[in-house]
Each structure stands twice: as C-alpha cells, then as structure tokens.
Design a protein around this ligand. Structure first.
Ligand code: SF4
Ligand code: MG
Length: 328
C-alpha cells in the first residue's frame, strides 16, 4: 500500500526555562524519527506519557513547528506555507472527551457544520452535511440535531467530536486518547463505529492510546516510542505475541489481560522515564532496561529489520553492536 504519511528524521525541539534567570534548555519532545502510515491502515502509537506520541500527532496537524526533518503527505512535503492549508485540512484530530472540546452555546448540528461553513460551504449545505454525519455517527438527526453538549453523554459527545472532524473530509484522522475517558461498554461501541467509518470514508488512522488492549483491537501496526524516539514498529498481532524491544516487552508485561504464554520474560516498568531535556546517552532506555550491558550506555542502537515490516532499535538484535561480546 502507498504511504499517506512519510516522516523523515522528524524532530520537534522546544526551549524551556525553569525561571526567568535560569538558562534556556531544550526539550527533545520528538528527536529524529522515521515512520510511514499507509493509506487505509491504522497505526497504533504507544508509550508512556512524555514519550512524544502526542507531539508527533501535533506535528502532523501543524499545531507545533517542525524543527528538523520533514513530513511528506501523499507525496507533498508539509511546511508552514499557507498555500498548503488545503492539504492540512486532510489531517484532523480527535482528543480525549471533555466538555471543553465543544462550544456549550452551539447545538451539535451547528458544531459539525461549523468547519465546512468557515471554509466557505454555504449554510444550508453545511447543515445538510452535519445531518448526514449525525446519521453516520449513530445520532438520529431528528432527535439530536438541536441538542447542546450538556444534554449529551460522554460517548455521544465523543461521537460529535468525530463527526466534526469528518465534516472536514479528512484522509488521516488522528485519535489521541479519543476513547480513554469512556466507560468500557461505550468505548467498545465507539471503537466499532470508528472501524465502520474507516471503511465507509476510506480513512487512515493514527491511534494513540495508553491502553494496549484497545490499541491491539484497532491497529494494523504498532509504533512504540520512548523519550522522543521510535524503539520498535511492527504488525500489531506479531508485537502482541512477541515483543523484540525490552521496553515494548515491559509495557506489554504490565497489561492486565495479557495471555501468560504471550508474555516476554521482562518485568513491568518501575519508576518514570528520564527527563527529555537531558536524555540518557546511548540507548535512552538503558537506565531502566533489565537487559542493559555496557555498550548500551555508550552506543546509540540503530534500527534493525527483523522481519518484513518489523523494526527494532536495540543492540540485543544487532549482531554488529558487540552486545554479545560485552560482559553485563
Ligand atoms: Fe536494553 Fe541495551 Fe536494548 Fe537498550 S540497547 S533496550 S539498554 S538491551
Ligand atoms: Mg499525550
């Protein structure tokens, strides 16, 4: 399948200052990552908070500046050029449900019609688009069009957020913890809806979640991030059954419903990731990795291809790294 998104050495560094007199420091939120999202697939993105997954999403919709590398969207490079606004519309994002995401004074029909209207679609046509979408997201327009956000449940509000994103006719929909605030039964309904919409509207998804069960259910491939870098990427089922990177293995071993036979023998993670202002040398995971050897703190691991579509950045899998020869 053709790539819809190709990221090359994609970087987002931003300066921070602890206080007015403190020296400026650089947060390496996303630090030179490569990935692709194929047309029509769902790429799941996992990693602890602060790993760069939300920043990667924000780079794709232009909410934060690219400070290095590039993003190619369907063959064209995205940049700050305003002439690319049309392209930008092709990428929409749905965040975790909150009341703040919807204007409390707009009916849900107006909410969904708003984006098209701002982009020059006449009022009547925009409302027709909204009513059609309400139907597609499972909210009967006859009952729901005139309701306000406070009259909806969390699941219904999240359906409206999805409808509002779809009104822009995106090709890539980024879902950042989009079902995380919902009850389990409602979550399952919204996930099924997303599956239907992906087929019906020919969409591509980037699905960010801390919940590995949910990610496994919806994703074709998984991308695992740690401290601004991609450490492993591969087919979702293959990664579920056998994780190559010790970090991925630790994430999965903390998963409550994990089949014990599928667990890799690595204990769950303890503590928090180090600060992305001053990441560890060599392999960034070496300070927490149960399999680290001395080479791990001095040499940065390169991406190794294990099988078709399965890459891992860990010395353990690189015969040229010297990992095997070095004493622990
Ligand atoms: Fe662990 Fe070394 Fe692999 Fe990093 S490179 S994940 S420290 S074994
Ligand atoms: Mg986040």
């Amino acid at each position: 399948r053709q790539p819809l998104i190709t990221a090359k050495d994609l970087t987002c560094h931003f300066p921070v200052r602890a206080g007015i007199l403190a020296p400026k420091k650089v947060v390496r939120a996303v630090d030179g990552i490569d990935f692709t999202i194929a047309k029509g697939e769902t790429l799941g993105v996992v990693g602890e908070s602060g790993c760069g997954k939300s920043t990667t999403a924000r780079l794709l919709i232009g909410l934060v500046p690219i400070t290095g590398g590039k993003i190619i969207y369907d063959g064209q490079e995205l940049n700050a050029d305003l002439s690319l606004r049309d392209l930008r519309r092709g990428v929409q994002m749905v965040f975790q449900d909150s009341f703040a995401s919807l204007n409390p004074r707009m009916t849900i029909e107006e909410t969904i019609a708003f984006g098209p209207k701002v982009n020059g679609v006449p009022q009547a046509e925009a409302l027709a688009i909204a009513r059609d979408l309400l139907d597609r997201i499972g909210l009967d327009p006859a009952r729901f069009a005139g309701r306000y956000p406070h009259e909806l449940s969390g699941g219904q509000r999240q359906r409206v957020n999805i409808g509002r994103a779809l009104a822009m006719r995106p090709r890539l929909l980024i879902l950042d913890e989009a079902v995380s605030a919902l009850d389990k039964s409602v979550e399952a309904q919204v996930l099924n809806l997303l599956e239907d919409l992906r087929r019906d509207f020919d969409l591509t998804y980037m699905f960010i979640s801390h919940d590995l069960n949910v990610v496994r259910f919806i994703s074709d491939r998984l991308m695992v991030m740690y401290l601004g870098e991609v450490v492993e990427v591969g087919p979702a089922e293959a990664l579920y059954h056998k994780q190559a990177h010790p970090y991925t293995a630790a994430l999965f071993s903390a998963m409550p419903s994990m089949d014990p036979d599928a667990r890799t023998q690595v204990p769950p993670l303890a503590g928090d990731p180090p600060n992305p202002i001053d990441p560890p040398s060599g392999c960034r995971f070496h300070t927490r990795c149960p399999l680290a050897k001395s080479v791990c703190s001095s040499l940065k691991p390169r991406a190794i291809t294990l099988n078709e579509g399965h890459q891992v950045a860990c010395h353990l899998h690189d015969p040229a790294s010297g990992y095997e020869e070095v004493a622990a």
